[in-house]
Design a protein. Structure first.
Length: 123
């Protein structure tokens, strides 16, 4: 497995938002979707507010590959479903980073959102 280098994980993890493009089955990229991204240790995570029914999340399931871009860093990634053992740390990262958005932070902390947690692995 390829690992993030310190600059990449730091820059993307510190960015307020991330643009994510998933690959279609023919290898072309879908249009970018802007979302929140969090860092837990040396890993990066995203979640769908609508859970597995979210359109961008469904798009990641065709090939489990795509591209992310944030803070001037663009990287090819693999979308890996996070295990339930990772949810608490990801929840804490969302609260720490985005908790000041008091009216919307809870949307990424629901069970529906948790079950759509994807780890972004560089490739």
């Amino acid at each position: 497995m390829t690992k993030w280098n310190d600059t990449e994980v730091g820059t993307i993890g510190d960015a307020e938002e991330l643009d994510l493009q998933s690959e279609r089955t023919d290898g072309t990229l879908r249009p970018p979707v802007t979302m929140w991204v969090v860092r837990v240790g040396d890993q990066l995570y995203v979640r769908s507010v609508k859970g597995a029914d979210g359109p961008w999340y469904r798009g990641t399931q065709s090939r489990h590959e795509g591209v992310v871009e944030a803070g001037g860093v663009r990287k090819d990634v693999t979308f890996v479903e996070a295990g339930s053992g990772e949810y608490a740390d990801v929840d804490a990262a969302y609260r720490a980073k985005y908790g000041h958005y008091t009216t919307i932070i809870d949307t990424v902390l629901t069970e529906q959102a948790r079950t759509s947690t994807l780890r972004l692995d560089p490739r």
